[in-house]
Design a protein around this ligand. Structure first.
Ligand code: PLP
Length: 261
């Protein structure tokens, strides 16, 4: 049977992040990809110039169209933009067979532009975190979810991953890529107390646009194929490392370019 993953996320017109990155990551990781668009961004490698939220009725229509027909085996959630879209997506997940759900709590673009309303973090936590099988915050997103400081070291990361589990997450991949150590260390923690550090050398490049999207989609692809969570996360980490390693070969645009799938 064909493994099918769905991304529920925003569009990046520049092709580097969002839905565009998700579909490339699904393809590269061997699964068929479908998409539900939540918001359109007018964006390039320099930044976001406009955002158009998809009306909630149309988000619902896409969800019902996709899940009522395709035998979906995993779902990835990215940019949700506003509270009503979060609520619509949460309702949609409850109506359908989604397979395991990977929630990337996207808040800000790499360019610094906001992709989620400030007031929406609480709704994301109350409505979607409990429905997710794994959440994949970076250090800044974790700090905002916990209303605390950005983790400075691995001890802080360990304690924040536990606090995110206490918020209702079944599993957390806390991504250390925004830290400043020589290694990029991510911590996978599950509710039953398992934890695994995933370590890779930090690669010096400005072209890391779309890393969060690509990684969470690669995890969803692994889960869509029936892999266990730890295996899906480990192979996704290896995949994102390769896309960052080759990012400088792409040379598109004048700003921060995307990773290379
Ligand atoms: N989703 C959309 C539509 C985006 O435009 C972006 C970043 O610009 C993101 C998600 C998050 O990107 P990243 O994978 O770099 O965290």
């Amino acid at each position: 049977m064909t493994a099918i993953a769905v991304t529920i996320a925003g569009s990046d017109s520049g092709g580097g992040a969002g839905i565009q990155a998700d579909l490339k990551s699904f393809s590269a990781n061997g699964v068929y990809g479908a998409s539900v668009l939540t918001a359109l961004t007018a964006q390039n490698t320099l930044g976001v110039t406009a955002i158009h939220d998809v009306p909630v009725e149309f988000v619902r229509a896409q969800i019902d169209a996709v899940y009522s027909d395709l035998a979906v085996t995993a779902t990835k959630i990215g940019m949700l933009s506003q509270v009503p879209i979060i609520e619509e997506v949460a309702d949609g997940l409850k109506r359908h067979q989604t397979g395991p759900v990977v929630l990337d709590p996207v808040m800000v673009a790499a360019s610094g532009d906001p992709l989620l309303a400030e007031s929406a973090v609480a709704t994301l936590i109350s409505k979607l975190v409990p429905l997710a099988d794994i959440i994949t915050p970076n250090l800044h997103e974790a700090a905002r979810m916990l209303e605390g400081e950005v983790a400075r070291n691995e001890n802080d990361m360990q304690s924040q991953a536990k606090q995110l589990i206490d918020l209702g997450a079944k599993a957390v991949l806390l991504k250390g890529g925004h830290g400043d150590s020589a290694e990029s260390a991510d911590l996978l923690t599950t509710r039953n107390g398992e934890s695994l550090w995933l370590r890779e050398d930090r690669i010096a490049t400005d072209n890391t646009h779309g890393t969060g999207c690509t990684l969470s989609s690669a995890i969803a692809a692994g889960l869509a194929k029936g892999n266990a969570l730890g295996d899906a996360v480990s192979s996704a980490k290896a995949y994102i490392q390769e896309t960052i390693r080759h990012a400088d070969e792409l040379k598109i645009g004048q700003g921060h370019g995307p990773v290379h799938h």
